[in-house]
Every structure is written in C-alpha cells, then in structure tokens.
Design a protein around this ligand. Sequence first.
Ligand SMILES: Nc1nc2c(c(=O)[nH]1)N[C@H]1C(S)=C(S)[C@@H](COP(=O)(O)O)O[C@H]1N2
Ligand SMILES: [Mo]
Length: 364
Amino acid sequence: MCRPEWDKRNDMVVHEDMPFNAESPRAALADQPITPIAAFYARNHGPIPSLDPVTWRLHIEGMVERPLALSLDDLQRDFESSEVTATLQCAGNRRAGLIEVRHIPGQPWGAGAISTAAWRGVRLGDVLGAAGLSDGAAHIAFEGPDVAEEARPPQAFGASVDRCKALAPETLLAWEMNGVALPRVHGGPVRVVVPGYIGARSVKWVERIIAQGEPSDNYFQAVAYRLHSGADPAEALSGGGEALGPVALSADILHPDDGDHLPPGPTAISGYALAPDGEDIDEVTVSIDGGRTWMVADLGDPPSRWSWWPWRMVVDLPAGETEILARARDATGRCQPERAREIWNPHGYVNNSWARVRVTAGPR
Ligand SMILES: Nc1nc2c(c(=O)[nH]1)N[C@H]1C(S)=C(S)[C@@H](COP(=O)(O)O)O[C@H]1N2
Ligand SMILES: [Mo]
C-alpha cells in the first residue's frame, strides 16, 4: 500500500492509519547510519496537526524570569543553530517479543521503531537561558497540540525531562531533519529532540515549554512510558513504577531479516547497538549455536555520540534453520537480559533482550 500523505516507503509496517503508526522494515534500516526520512518510523498518539510555521508560537512559561513567545523566525535569528545526529527509539520497540510471553494491549511493534536522523535547530538550554530559568525549576515540561484519545482523560501529548538533560548541549528544538524542513509527520514546524532518551520525550509540534518543580503530570509522563517491576496491569494504569528516561542498552540484527532464506556458507550479518544516554558500546557478540559460543563482531563508528553503533561480521551459516543471536556490552559494563520473559512488564516497554533472528539456509 502506498502512503503518499506521509511520504513513507511502501513497505513500512503500518500498525494503525489513524493515528498514523508505522515501523521501518529491517532492510530499510540496515547498512546506513542515517535513516532516510521515507524510512523513518512514525509514532503518534493522536491526529497529526497541521500547523502554519508563520503563525506557530513557542511559549516558554512557568519558573522563568521572562516568559517568552517565540516565532520560528525568532528561534532561527536570535539563537545559534546546532546540528545533532541522534537515534530515536520508541520505548515500545520490540514489544512483539514481550507479547509472545504474555498478552499486552497496544501496538505490537517489531524491530523497526528506531531510526536515526541529523536534527538541526537551537539548543533548548539557550532558549531557557534567554527566558531566565529559576533555580527551583528542576524539570522542564513540553506540550504538543495533538490530543490523544487513549490518555485518561484525553489530553494533548506531553512529557518532561529533568533540568540537567534539558540544559545539556545535545537537547534541541529542531526545525530540520536530514537537511530538509522538519516534515509534519515528524513534528514540523518544531519538535523537541532529547538524544539518548526514549522517543516519547522528544515532543513533536511543541507549543509550550513549562519550567516547574516537579515532573510533568501529563498522562504520557505520569502514567504511560513508565516501567513497572510488578506484573499487575491494574497497577500500571494508575501511575507508579518509574518514568522512563535514557534508553536501555540494546542491540539488534538488521540483516538478514527474520524468516529469510539464504544460501549456506559465509553470510554477512549486520545490525546496531545503542547504549543509554550517549554511553559508548564496548563490544557486540554474535552466536549461531544458541549461545554456546560467541564471536566478536566488527564495531563501526557511530555517526555521533548520540547514535546507534553499526556492527557487522561474516558467519559460516550451516544448512538448515539457524537462530542468530546478538548482544552488546557498553563501556560501563552493562549487559542485556537474555530473554524477554525476564523483563516482561504490563505496558510492554524496553524489550532489550538479546536480538534473535531465525533464518533458513539451503534450498527452499
Ligand atoms: N506531540 C507528540 N509528540 C510525540 C508523540 C506524539 O504522539 N505526540 N509520540 C512520541 C513517541 S512515543 C515517539 S517514539 C516519538 C516518535 O517520533 P517520530 O514519529 O518522529 O518517529 O515521538 C514522540 N513525540
Ligand atoms: Mo514511543
């Protein structure tokens, strides 16, 4: 099916048309550090607004000395522009693997709710500086205009990050993606980009930024996008748990794809690894014998500190069915959990268990 309205590839896996939710096929993400916009996943909790970049205003409010209302022109003229290449990963990426363990309501995202782009805009910290951030403003909240019916009660999408991340130089108010004006589906005219954090904190179509003493009470900060150690779905709907911030250490195989048929023999395998909040990846290891033996993959340079790290290696694929496993370790010594069942949680977030792709080698 063609998606001309959002300029996406025909082979995107569309979970929902309204609101528009689509993930990238593995092949579209493989072997390129920057994801073309046509292949970049889209995650929306409400209808995609159509904002006029000329009349759009960004309000900076709350615990600031000088509340501001800025136009796109103001942002582009009065602040130094800055570009950061960053990977966005939805906290629901690979939820399908958690659903296999036990049912979870919500979209069954596979491996493709992750993509990388070059974002250009201004540093959020510079704009907060111009407004005169008060000492007590420990959290910076963001609000978009898109009303999510799934929220209780229905409300516009919002989120917050703590002061430290808001003021960090990588955190942007972006109006450009891969060198072109930020497309509407990705938050144009202006979105927040919080590199190294779950995608939900990068609020699209941002209209209000509020400096405050506490985290946002928006549904998507206070109830959803929280990690629960307990498995009780009722508890998960009433808040509790811990708000997700930095992405978890993860790795996946992007080539070959799950279910591929390949000739036996030497086979190139490639994928990515991603560490929390700009941490370095130390090593990626791959197994084709169920985890008995592991081979060290060739780790490439990430396009930036805030991006996924590409890795590749050649394995000798035996005839028949093989499960390829991959896992990463980061520079702080973190490792990934082996199985999805160890980390099942009622909202279905952060499936960072070892990557698993099943392929068949030999004649069909
Ligand atoms: N205003 C608004 N911002 C939003 C969302 C949303 O629904 N509304 N979805 C969030 C989530 S959950 C993710 S993962 C990212 C996805 O960004 P993308 O659609 O550009 O890939 O946007 C975030 N920002
Ligand atoms: Mo997300």
